[in-house]
Design a protein around this ligand. Structure first.
Ligand code: DLL
Length: 437
Protein backbone atom coordinates (compact mmCIF):
# COMPACT_ATOMS: atom_id res chain seq x y z
CA UNK A 1 0.00 0.00 0.00
CA UNK A 2 1.41 3.40 -0.87
CA UNK A 3 0.92 6.55 1.13
CA UNK A 4 -1.36 8.81 -0.88
CA UNK A 5 -4.16 11.06 0.32
CA UNK A 6 -7.52 10.37 -1.33
CA UNK A 7 -9.69 13.44 -1.89
CA UNK A 8 -13.09 11.84 -2.21
CA UNK A 9 -14.83 8.72 -0.89
CA UNK A 10 -16.25 8.15 -4.39
CA UNK A 11 -12.76 7.12 -5.54
CA UNK A 12 -12.93 4.00 -3.38
CA UNK A 13 -16.42 2.59 -3.99
CA UNK A 14 -16.86 -1.11 -4.58
CA UNK A 15 -17.79 -2.09 -8.13
CA UNK A 16 -21.49 -2.70 -7.38
CA UNK A 17 -21.76 0.78 -5.84
CA UNK A 18 -20.19 2.31 -8.95
CA UNK A 19 -22.53 0.38 -11.18
CA UNK A 20 -25.63 1.46 -9.24
CA UNK A 21 -24.62 5.13 -9.40
CA UNK A 22 -23.62 4.87 -13.04
CA UNK A 23 -26.89 3.33 -14.17
CA UNK A 24 -28.98 5.87 -12.29
CA UNK A 25 -26.93 8.77 -13.70
CA UNK A 26 -26.88 7.34 -17.21
CA UNK A 27 -30.68 7.13 -17.23
CA UNK A 28 -30.93 10.76 -16.08
CA UNK A 29 -28.44 11.88 -18.72
CA UNK A 30 -30.34 10.18 -21.52
CA UNK A 31 -33.59 11.67 -20.27
CA UNK A 32 -31.91 15.09 -20.16
CA UNK A 33 -30.56 15.08 -23.71
CA UNK A 34 -33.77 13.56 -25.05
CA UNK A 35 -35.77 16.43 -23.55
CA UNK A 36 -33.38 19.28 -24.31
CA UNK A 37 -31.31 18.50 -27.40
CA UNK A 38 -33.35 17.96 -30.59
CA UNK A 39 -30.27 16.53 -32.32
CA UNK A 40 -29.88 13.80 -29.69
CA UNK A 41 -33.62 13.12 -29.61
CA UNK A 42 -33.54 12.53 -33.35
CA UNK A 43 -30.42 10.38 -33.16
CA UNK A 44 -31.81 8.23 -30.33
CA UNK A 45 -35.15 7.83 -32.08
CA UNK A 46 -33.40 6.78 -35.27
CA UNK A 47 -31.60 4.10 -33.25
CA UNK A 48 -35.01 3.03 -31.85
CA UNK A 49 -34.18 4.15 -28.30
CA UNK A 50 -36.54 5.91 -25.89
CA UNK A 51 -35.18 7.02 -22.50
CA UNK A 52 -37.10 4.27 -20.64
CA UNK A 53 -35.34 1.56 -22.70
CA UNK A 54 -32.08 1.85 -20.77
CA UNK A 55 -32.38 -0.81 -18.06
CA UNK A 56 -28.78 -1.87 -17.51
CA UNK A 57 -25.27 -0.61 -18.20
CA UNK A 58 -25.11 -3.25 -20.93
CA UNK A 59 -27.73 -1.26 -22.87
CA UNK A 60 -25.16 1.51 -23.36
CA UNK A 61 -23.70 -0.22 -26.41
CA UNK A 62 -26.99 0.29 -28.31
CA UNK A 63 -26.65 4.07 -28.07
CA UNK A 64 -25.14 5.77 -31.13
CA UNK A 65 -21.69 7.33 -30.86
CA UNK A 66 -21.12 11.08 -30.74
CA UNK A 67 -18.18 12.36 -32.81
CA UNK A 68 -16.37 15.66 -33.18
CA UNK A 69 -18.28 16.36 -36.38
CA UNK A 70 -21.53 16.43 -34.36
CA UNK A 71 -20.14 19.53 -32.64
CA UNK A 72 -19.46 21.12 -36.02
CA UNK A 73 -22.99 20.37 -37.23
CA UNK A 74 -24.41 21.94 -34.08
CA UNK A 75 -22.07 24.92 -33.83
CA UNK A 76 -22.01 26.78 -31.54
CA UNK A 77 -24.56 25.69 -28.89
CA UNK A 78 -26.76 23.08 -30.58
CA UNK A 79 -25.65 20.23 -28.31
CA UNK A 80 -26.23 22.20 -25.11
CA UNK A 81 -28.78 20.80 -22.68
CA UNK A 82 -29.08 24.02 -20.67
CA UNK A 83 -30.43 27.40 -21.73
CA UNK A 84 -27.80 30.08 -22.27
CA UNK A 85 -28.76 31.95 -19.11
CA UNK A 86 -27.59 28.95 -17.05
CA UNK A 87 -24.15 28.92 -18.67
CA UNK A 88 -21.42 30.57 -16.62
CA UNK A 89 -18.34 29.67 -18.70
CA UNK A 90 -17.38 28.84 -22.27
CA UNK A 91 -14.25 27.18 -23.52
CA UNK A 92 -13.31 25.95 -26.99
CA UNK A 93 -10.81 23.76 -28.80
CA UNK A 94 -9.98 23.10 -32.44
CA UNK A 95 -12.70 21.66 -34.57
CA UNK A 96 -12.18 19.64 -37.72
CA UNK A 97 -12.81 22.70 -39.88
CA UNK A 98 -12.32 26.43 -39.30
CA UNK A 99 -14.89 26.60 -36.48
CA UNK A 100 -13.85 25.68 -32.96
CA UNK A 101 -15.55 23.06 -30.79
CA UNK A 102 -17.47 25.09 -28.21
CA UNK A 103 -18.16 23.78 -24.71
CA UNK A 104 -20.20 25.34 -21.89
CA UNK A 105 -20.56 24.88 -18.14
CA UNK A 106 -23.32 25.62 -15.64
CA UNK A 107 -22.53 26.54 -12.04
CA UNK A 108 -22.96 22.89 -11.08
CA UNK A 109 -20.63 21.81 -13.91
CA UNK A 110 -18.00 24.23 -12.58
CA UNK A 111 -18.31 22.66 -9.13
CA UNK A 112 -18.02 19.17 -10.64
CA UNK A 113 -14.95 20.21 -12.60
CA UNK A 114 -13.17 21.60 -9.51
CA UNK A 115 -14.03 18.41 -7.62
CA UNK A 116 -12.53 16.28 -10.41
CA UNK A 117 -9.37 18.37 -10.47
CA UNK A 118 -9.14 18.32 -6.67
CA UNK A 119 -9.06 14.52 -6.96
CA UNK A 120 -6.28 14.36 -9.56
CA UNK A 121 -4.04 16.97 -7.98
CA UNK A 122 -4.41 15.29 -4.60
CA UNK A 123 -3.50 11.92 -6.09
CA UNK A 124 -0.44 13.55 -7.69
CA UNK A 125 0.74 14.59 -4.20
CA UNK A 126 -0.28 18.27 -4.11
CA UNK A 127 -1.74 19.67 -0.85
CA UNK A 128 -2.73 23.05 0.62
CA UNK A 129 0.95 23.50 1.55
CA UNK A 130 1.91 23.74 -2.13
CA UNK A 131 2.50 26.63 -4.51
CA UNK A 132 1.38 25.63 -7.99
CA UNK A 133 2.64 27.35 -11.11
CA UNK A 134 0.22 26.93 -13.99
CA UNK A 135 2.22 27.14 -17.21
CA UNK A 136 -0.65 26.14 -19.50
CA UNK A 137 -2.07 28.90 -21.68
CA UNK A 138 -5.01 30.75 -20.11
CA UNK A 139 -7.79 31.44 -22.56
CA UNK A 140 -10.25 29.28 -24.46
CA UNK A 141 -8.07 26.20 -23.82
CA UNK A 142 -9.47 24.26 -20.84
CA UNK A 143 -6.08 23.30 -19.39
CA UNK A 144 -5.16 26.36 -17.34
CA UNK A 145 -8.56 27.38 -15.98
CA UNK A 146 -9.49 23.77 -15.23
CA UNK A 147 -6.42 23.06 -13.13
CA UNK A 148 -6.65 26.51 -11.57
CA UNK A 149 -10.07 26.00 -9.95
CA UNK A 150 -9.27 22.56 -8.57
CA UNK A 151 -5.93 23.66 -7.13
CA UNK A 152 -7.61 26.60 -5.40
CA UNK A 153 -10.30 24.23 -4.16
CA UNK A 154 -7.75 22.13 -2.27
CA UNK A 155 -6.13 25.29 -0.89
CA UNK A 156 -2.91 25.33 -2.92
CA UNK A 157 -1.51 28.79 -3.77
CA UNK A 158 -1.90 29.24 -7.51
CA UNK A 159 0.44 31.22 -9.77
CA UNK A 160 -1.53 31.80 -13.00
CA UNK A 161 1.53 32.63 -15.10
CA UNK A 162 0.23 31.03 -18.34
CA UNK A 163 2.60 29.62 -20.97
CA UNK A 164 5.55 31.33 -22.65
CA UNK A 165 8.06 33.90 -21.44
CA UNK A 166 10.18 31.05 -20.17
CA UNK A 167 12.95 33.00 -18.43
CA UNK A 168 10.34 34.80 -16.37
CA UNK A 169 8.77 31.43 -15.51
CA UNK A 170 12.07 30.29 -14.01
CA UNK A 171 12.56 33.54 -12.11
CA UNK A 172 9.05 33.33 -10.59
CA UNK A 173 9.62 29.67 -9.75
CA UNK A 174 12.69 30.63 -7.79
CA UNK A 175 11.34 33.80 -6.16
CA UNK A 176 7.87 32.47 -5.25
CA UNK A 177 9.13 29.05 -4.15
CA UNK A 178 7.00 27.07 -6.62
CA UNK A 179 6.56 23.46 -5.45
CA UNK A 180 4.26 22.15 -8.21
CA UNK A 181 4.68 22.69 -11.93
CA UNK A 182 1.62 22.30 -14.18
CA UNK A 183 2.22 22.23 -17.95
CA UNK A 184 2.50 20.10 -21.04
CA UNK A 185 5.38 17.61 -20.73
CA UNK A 186 7.18 19.08 -23.73
CA UNK A 187 7.05 22.58 -22.29
CA UNK A 188 8.40 21.27 -18.97
CA UNK A 189 11.41 19.87 -20.81
CA UNK A 190 11.90 23.05 -22.78
CA UNK A 191 11.75 25.09 -19.56
CA UNK A 192 14.40 22.81 -18.05
CA UNK A 193 16.73 23.61 -20.94
CA UNK A 194 16.17 27.33 -20.48
CA UNK A 195 16.78 27.01 -16.73
CA UNK A 196 20.11 25.32 -17.46
CA UNK A 197 21.05 28.10 -19.90
CA UNK A 198 20.30 30.61 -17.14
CA UNK A 199 22.71 28.77 -14.85
CA UNK A 200 19.90 27.51 -12.60
CA UNK A 201 20.30 24.08 -11.06
CA UNK A 202 16.71 23.13 -10.16
CA UNK A 203 17.78 20.72 -7.43
CA UNK A 204 19.91 23.39 -5.75
CA UNK A 205 18.07 26.60 -6.57
CA UNK A 206 14.38 25.65 -6.77
CA UNK A 207 11.83 23.96 -4.47
CA UNK A 208 9.88 21.83 -6.95
CA UNK A 209 8.37 18.61 -5.60
CA UNK A 210 5.54 17.75 -7.98
CA UNK A 211 4.92 17.97 -11.71
CA UNK A 212 1.46 17.49 -13.21
CA UNK A 213 1.61 17.05 -16.95
CA UNK A 214 -1.03 16.52 -19.59
CA UNK A 215 -2.76 17.88 -22.65
CA UNK A 216 -0.52 15.88 -24.99
CA UNK A 217 1.22 12.52 -25.09
CA UNK A 218 4.61 11.77 -23.56
CA UNK A 219 6.85 8.77 -23.13
CA UNK A 220 8.32 7.10 -20.04
CA UNK A 221 11.73 8.37 -21.07
CA UNK A 222 10.36 11.93 -21.16
CA UNK A 223 8.97 11.42 -17.66
CA UNK A 224 12.34 10.15 -16.41
CA UNK A 225 14.08 13.10 -17.95
CA UNK A 226 11.61 15.57 -16.41
CA UNK A 227 12.09 13.96 -12.98
CA UNK A 228 15.83 14.00 -13.37
CA UNK A 229 16.18 17.55 -14.67
CA UNK A 230 13.72 19.20 -12.30
CA UNK A 231 14.18 16.96 -9.27
CA UNK A 232 10.41 16.43 -8.94
CA UNK A 233 7.88 13.60 -9.07
CA UNK A 234 5.97 13.70 -12.35
CA UNK A 235 2.48 12.36 -12.87
CA UNK A 236 0.35 12.51 -15.95
CA UNK A 237 -3.28 13.41 -16.39
CA UNK A 238 -5.75 13.21 -19.23
CA UNK A 239 -8.80 15.08 -20.36
CA UNK A 240 -10.58 16.61 -23.27
CA UNK A 241 -12.64 19.78 -23.76
CA UNK A 242 -15.70 17.97 -25.08
CA UNK A 243 -15.82 15.81 -21.94
CA UNK A 244 -15.04 18.62 -19.44
CA UNK A 245 -11.35 19.53 -19.95
CA UNK A 246 -8.57 18.17 -17.71
CA UNK A 247 -9.90 16.06 -14.83
CA UNK A 248 -11.15 12.97 -16.64
CA UNK A 249 -8.29 10.87 -15.25
CA UNK A 250 -4.95 11.16 -13.50
CA UNK A 251 -2.08 9.09 -12.18
CA UNK A 252 -1.46 8.25 -8.54
CA UNK A 253 2.09 7.56 -7.25
CA UNK A 254 1.78 3.87 -8.19
CA UNK A 255 2.13 5.06 -11.82
CA UNK A 256 0.08 2.16 -13.16
CA UNK A 257 -2.29 4.09 -15.37
CA UNK A 258 -4.64 7.05 -14.96
CA UNK A 259 -7.65 6.69 -12.62
CA UNK A 260 -10.90 7.67 -14.32
CA UNK A 261 -13.53 9.31 -12.08
CA UNK A 262 -16.12 6.68 -12.84
CA UNK A 263 -18.91 8.32 -10.91
CA UNK A 264 -18.79 11.05 -13.59
CA UNK A 265 -17.57 9.29 -16.73
CA UNK A 266 -18.50 5.92 -18.21
CA UNK A 267 -15.55 4.60 -20.22
CA UNK A 268 -15.58 1.96 -22.95
CA UNK A 269 -12.92 0.73 -25.37
CA UNK A 270 -13.96 0.01 -28.94
CA UNK A 271 -12.34 -1.32 -32.05
CA UNK A 272 -11.93 1.94 -34.03
CA UNK A 273 -12.67 0.15 -37.30
CA UNK A 274 -15.78 -1.84 -36.39
CA UNK A 275 -17.09 0.06 -33.35
CA UNK A 276 -17.31 -3.23 -31.43
CA UNK A 277 -16.87 -2.94 -27.65
CA UNK A 278 -13.63 -4.58 -26.45
CA UNK A 279 -12.86 -6.23 -23.11
CA UNK A 280 -10.65 -5.31 -20.16
CA UNK A 281 -7.00 -4.88 -21.15
CA UNK A 282 -7.70 -4.82 -24.88
CA UNK A 283 -6.25 -1.88 -26.78
CA UNK A 284 -8.62 0.32 -28.77
CA UNK A 285 -10.29 3.72 -28.94
CA UNK A 286 -11.56 5.30 -25.74
CA UNK A 287 -15.26 6.16 -25.78
CA UNK A 288 -16.70 8.17 -22.91
CA UNK A 289 -20.22 9.00 -21.77
CA UNK A 290 -20.51 11.88 -19.32
CA UNK A 291 -23.08 11.09 -16.63
CA UNK A 292 -23.20 14.19 -14.43
CA UNK A 293 -22.84 17.13 -16.78
CA UNK A 294 -25.68 19.62 -17.09
CA UNK A 295 -24.77 22.01 -19.89
CA UNK A 296 -23.21 19.54 -22.27
CA UNK A 297 -23.83 15.87 -21.54
CA UNK A 298 -22.23 13.74 -24.24
CA UNK A 299 -23.23 10.17 -25.10
CA UNK A 300 -20.54 7.70 -26.16
CA UNK A 301 -18.02 10.26 -27.36
CA UNK A 302 -15.35 8.84 -29.64
CA UNK A 303 -12.19 10.42 -28.28
CA UNK A 304 -9.98 8.93 -31.03
CA UNK A 305 -7.38 8.30 -28.30
CA UNK A 306 -5.97 4.78 -28.20
CA UNK A 307 -5.63 3.12 -24.79
CA UNK A 308 -6.86 0.18 -22.64
CA UNK A 309 -8.83 -0.15 -19.38
CA UNK A 310 -7.77 -1.99 -16.20
CA UNK A 311 -10.14 -2.69 -13.34
CA UNK A 312 -8.09 -4.37 -10.60
CA UNK A 313 -7.77 -2.41 -7.35
CA UNK A 314 -4.72 -0.14 -7.21
CA UNK A 315 -2.02 -0.07 -4.53
CA UNK A 316 -3.08 3.50 -3.70
CA UNK A 317 -6.42 2.26 -2.38
CA UNK A 318 -8.55 3.65 -5.20
CA UNK A 319 -10.95 1.30 -6.93
CA UNK A 320 -11.60 3.42 -10.01
CA UNK A 321 -10.74 1.94 -13.39
CA UNK A 322 -7.38 2.98 -14.85
CA UNK A 323 -6.59 3.81 -18.45
CA UNK A 324 -3.11 3.13 -19.76
CA UNK A 325 -0.94 5.81 -21.32
CA UNK A 326 -2.41 7.07 -24.59
CA UNK A 327 -0.66 5.15 -27.35
CA UNK A 328 -1.71 7.36 -30.23
CA UNK A 329 -4.76 8.57 -32.07
CA UNK A 330 -7.02 6.89 -34.57
CA UNK A 331 -7.21 10.09 -36.62
CA UNK A 332 -4.60 12.50 -37.94
CA UNK A 333 -4.91 15.24 -35.31
CA UNK A 334 -1.58 16.85 -34.38
CA UNK A 335 -0.87 18.36 -30.96
CA UNK A 336 1.62 21.20 -31.26
CA UNK A 337 2.59 22.64 -27.90
CA UNK A 338 -0.80 21.64 -26.52
CA UNK A 339 -2.70 23.19 -29.47
CA UNK A 340 -4.74 20.62 -31.38
CA UNK A 341 -4.61 20.96 -35.16
CA UNK A 342 -5.92 18.84 -37.98
CA UNK A 343 -4.04 18.86 -41.29
CA UNK A 344 -7.40 19.73 -42.89
CA UNK A 345 -7.44 23.00 -40.92
CA UNK A 346 -4.00 23.89 -42.24
CA UNK A 347 -5.29 23.12 -45.72
CA UNK A 348 -8.32 25.40 -45.18
CA UNK A 349 -6.02 28.27 -44.27
CA UNK A 350 -3.73 27.65 -47.25
CA UNK A 351 -6.58 27.41 -49.74
CA UNK A 352 -7.77 30.88 -48.89
CA UNK A 353 -4.45 32.48 -49.83
CA UNK A 354 -3.95 33.59 -53.43
CA UNK A 355 -0.83 32.50 -55.28
CA UNK A 356 -0.43 29.02 -53.77
CA UNK A 357 -1.78 25.76 -55.05
CA UNK A 358 -3.67 23.01 -53.25
CA UNK A 359 -0.58 20.85 -52.86
CA UNK A 360 1.17 20.94 -49.55
CA UNK A 361 3.07 18.74 -47.17
CA UNK A 362 3.37 19.09 -43.41
CA UNK A 363 6.55 17.86 -41.74
CA UNK A 364 6.35 17.34 -38.00
CA UNK A 365 9.62 17.12 -36.11
CA UNK A 366 11.18 17.80 -32.76
CA UNK A 367 13.15 20.92 -31.98
CA UNK A 368 14.66 20.31 -28.59
CA UNK A 369 11.65 18.95 -26.75
CA UNK A 370 8.99 20.83 -28.65
CA UNK A 371 7.03 19.54 -31.60
CA UNK A 372 7.36 21.86 -34.56
CA UNK A 373 5.95 21.85 -38.05
CA UNK A 374 7.23 22.91 -41.38
CA UNK A 375 4.82 23.36 -44.27
CA UNK A 376 5.97 22.99 -47.89
CA UNK A 377 3.54 24.76 -50.21
CA UNK A 378 3.56 24.83 -53.99
CA UNK A 379 3.46 28.14 -55.78
CA UNK A 380 1.00 28.53 -58.65
CA UNK A 381 3.27 30.79 -60.65
CA UNK A 382 6.94 29.81 -61.03
CA UNK A 383 7.86 33.40 -61.96
CA UNK A 384 7.41 34.37 -58.34
CA UNK A 385 10.61 32.47 -57.57
CA UNK A 386 12.53 35.30 -59.26
CA UNK A 387 11.33 37.96 -56.83
CA UNK A 388 12.70 37.67 -53.32
CA UNK A 389 10.46 40.48 -52.05
CA UNK A 390 7.24 38.88 -53.36
CA UNK A 391 8.23 35.45 -52.08
CA UNK A 392 9.04 36.82 -48.66
CA UNK A 393 5.78 38.72 -48.41
CA UNK A 394 3.77 35.62 -49.40
CA UNK A 395 5.71 33.58 -46.88
CA UNK A 396 4.95 36.07 -44.09
CA UNK A 397 1.29 36.16 -45.06
CA UNK A 398 0.97 32.37 -44.77
CA UNK A 399 2.72 32.35 -41.39
CA UNK A 400 0.51 35.17 -40.17
CA UNK A 401 -2.67 33.34 -41.19
CA UNK A 402 -1.57 30.08 -39.54
CA UNK A 403 -0.76 32.02 -36.37
CA UNK A 404 -3.96 34.04 -36.18
CA UNK A 405 -6.44 31.42 -37.37
CA UNK A 406 -4.98 28.30 -35.76
CA UNK A 407 -2.64 29.62 -33.10
CA UNK A 408 0.35 27.71 -34.45
CA UNK A 409 3.85 28.75 -35.44
CA UNK A 410 5.10 27.11 -38.61
CA UNK A 411 8.11 27.41 -40.84
CA UNK A 412 6.82 27.85 -44.40
CA UNK A 413 8.76 26.80 -47.49
CA UNK A 414 7.45 27.93 -50.85
CA UNK A 415 8.40 25.45 -53.55
CA UNK A 416 8.17 25.28 -57.34
CA UNK A 417 4.90 24.32 -59.06
CA UNK A 418 4.53 20.53 -59.46
CA UNK A 419 7.49 19.74 -57.23
CA UNK A 420 5.62 18.01 -54.39
CA UNK A 421 4.65 14.35 -54.56
CA UNK A 422 1.25 13.50 -56.09
CA UNK A 423 -0.81 10.63 -54.74
CA UNK A 424 -3.08 8.15 -56.41
CA UNK A 425 -4.66 6.77 -53.30
CA UNK A 426 -4.95 8.59 -50.00
CA UNK A 427 -2.58 11.55 -49.95
CA UNK A 428 0.13 11.42 -47.36
CA UNK A 429 0.15 15.05 -46.35
CA UNK A 430 1.79 14.67 -42.95
CA UNK A 431 5.29 13.33 -42.56
CA UNK A 432 6.02 12.63 -38.94
CA UNK A 433 9.76 12.90 -38.38
CA UNK A 434 9.58 12.72 -34.56
CA UNK A 435 11.51 9.85 -33.23
CA UNK A 436 9.34 7.48 -31.13
CA UNK A 437 11.23 6.79 -27.92
O1 DLL B 1 -5.90 18.93 -23.63
C1 DLL B 1 -7.39 18.90 -21.74
C2 DLL B 1 -6.23 18.80 -20.82
C3 DLL B 1 -5.54 19.94 -20.47
C4 DLL B 1 -5.88 17.59 -20.28
C5 DLL B 1 -4.51 19.84 -19.60
C6 DLL B 1 -4.84 17.49 -19.38
C7 DLL B 1 -4.15 18.62 -19.03
P1 DLL B 1 -8.15 19.33 -25.56
O2 DLL B 1 -7.42 20.57 -25.89
O3 DLL B 1 -9.57 19.21 -25.95
O4 DLL B 1 -8.15 19.11 -24.01
O5 DLL B 1 -7.34 18.13 -26.16
C8 DLL B 1 -7.74 16.81 -25.94
O6 DLL B 1 -5.46 16.08 -26.04
O7 DLL B 1 -8.08 13.88 -27.04
C9 DLL B 1 -5.71 13.76 -26.40
O8 DLL B 1 -5.48 13.46 -27.78
C10 DLL B 1 -4.76 14.84 -25.95
N1 DLL B 1 -4.35 14.60 -24.54
C11 DLL B 1 -4.77 15.22 -23.43
N2 DLL B 1 -4.14 14.70 -22.34
C12 DLL B 1 -3.31 13.72 -22.80
C13 DLL B 1 -2.41 12.80 -22.20
C14 DLL B 1 -7.05 18.99 -23.20
N3 DLL B 1 -2.16 12.78 -20.89
C15 DLL B 1 -6.77 15.84 -26.56
N4 DLL B 1 -1.74 11.94 -23.02
C16 DLL B 1 -7.07 14.41 -26.22
C17 DLL B 1 -1.95 11.93 -24.35
C18 DLL B 1 -3.46 13.65 -24.21
N5 DLL B 1 -2.78 12.77 -24.97
Amino acid sequence: MIDNKIWSREETLVREEFETIQLERLKKTIERVFQNVPYYKEKLKEAGIEPGDIKSLGDLSAIPFTVKDDFRKNYPFGLFSSPKRDIVRFHASSGTTGKPTVVGYTRKDMATWSELIARIVTMAGVTDEDTAQISFGYGLFTGAFGLHQGLERIGAAVIPISSGNTEKQIMIMQDFGTTALISTPSYALHMAEVAAEMGIDPKRDLSLKWGLFGGEGSTESMRNEINERWGLFATENYGMSELIGPGVSGECPALKGMHISEDHFLPEIIDPKTGKVLGEGEVGELVITTITKEALPILRYRTKDITSLHYEKCECGRTTVRMSKIQGRSDDMLILGGVNVFPSQIEDVLLQIDGIGPHYQIKVFKKGYLDKIEVDVELVDANLLDSFALLESLNQKIKHQLRTVLGIEAKVNLVEPRSLARFEGKAKRVIDMREVK
